[in-house]
Design a binder for this molecule. Structure first.
Ligand SMILES: [Ca+2]
Length: 322
């Protein structure tokens, strides 16, 4: 018998690649999306909420509650939107105005209610700056036990950053929130830029998405085509959607459990995720004094890109090679 769908809570800043992740999540029979919380990140919060609702309507997604959350990072001002995401933050698809509306409560309250109501602990899949999650963890420590795991797209392991030479966007946007989540003591899996950059489709494959029957596949194709044209490039990453693919199929990921510190100082390294790859023996011999101050996190070092390409495409009814 197949396993029951995994209950998840999605936190997004939609966001062109968040849109790909949402399409995979709502179409995947392996996932049960209980709530979607929005946070400022790729674009201002109002656009993030609007994009999320438009997309869910357009692909006739199940009626999942969507809530607006934090409008800015804990300490800093918003960074300017990255133009890859288009003027509206979601590839300028021109989708119709949404019929569905956000719930009348803050994202942190929707998280609280969803976790409180759940019979079993939920997996929190965070594809955005961690502001909502950090505030939730501080406000409701009694509900930490209802979180099975936090899976966060964020940070950079052995590859360069995308917002500064050393920092990835989600962590750089709100480094304090990232530090709070990574040091929460909850099980955390970090999906950094290293695997993020692995899973991509070429223009020929994108044409197959555009020609598919399912409007979700067509929409994914339009988003990826816009990404190709923006750079311009011969292929487009699925980005955040790779994180969702890993939640569906964790066997396709290679993880390392390492202590991580987020650099919270000002300057060029602010928002850098610093991984300690020294051996356990070395740590215990020479560095016992800081072991308790750094959280051990499951870091996704790399993924089986073809496996996740097939998973993403196949869930949307598209067959690709590889
Ligand atoms: Ca995102």
């Amino acid at each position: 018998m197949d396993n029951p769908p995994l209950p998840i809570l999605l936190d997004v800043d939609t966001g062109a690649d968040d849109a790909l992740a949402l399409l995979l999540a709502v179409r995947s029979p392996a996932l049960d999306v209980r709530a979607i919380t929005c946070v400022a990140g790729n674009h201002p919060l109002s656009n993030v909420v609007d994009n999320t609702l438009r997309l869910l309507d357009f692909v006739d997604a199940p009626d999942v509650p969507v809530a607006a959350g934090m409008q800015q990072p804990l300490l800093e001002a918003m960074r300017p939107p990255f133009p890859l995401h288009g003027n509206d933050g979601m590839a300028d698809l021109g989708l119709p105005s949404p019929r569905r509306k956000p719930v009348g409560e803050h994202a942190v309250e929707l998280m609280r209610r969803t976790l409180q109501d759940a019979d079993e602990p939920l997996t929190v899949v965070a594809l955005a700056p961690l502001t909502n999650i950090a505030v939730f963890l501080r406000m409701y420590p009694d509900l930490h036990a209802k979180i099975a795991r936090i899976v966060s797209m964020g940070g950079t392991f052995r590859v360069p950053g995308n917002t500064s030479p050393t920092a990835e966007f989600n962590v750089r946007q709100d480094p304090e929130a990232a530090a709070m989540v990574l040091e929460s003591g909850l099980p955390v899996t970090l999906y950094p830029l290293d695997p993020f950059r692995q899973v991509r489709f070429n223009r020929g494959e994108i044409a197959d998405f555009l020609a598919a029957d399912d409007v979700a596949a067509q929409t994914a194709g339009r988003i990826m085509l816009q990404m190709c044209d923006y750079f311009p490039a011969d292929s487009a990453l699925i980005g955040d959607a790779g994180t969702v693919a890993m939640v569906v199929d964790p066997e396709g990921a290679t993880t390392e459990r390492l202590p991580i510190t987020v650099d919270l100082a000002g300057g060029v390294n602010r928002g850098r995720t610093v991984f300690d790859e020294r051996s356990q023996k070395s740590r215990s011999t020479h560095s016992h004094w800081w072991q308790t101050s750094q959280a051990a996190i499951d870091v996704v070092a790399r993924v089986d890109a073809d496996r996740y390409r097939r998973l993403f495409a196949g869930t949307l009814g598209v067959q690709v090679g590889g």
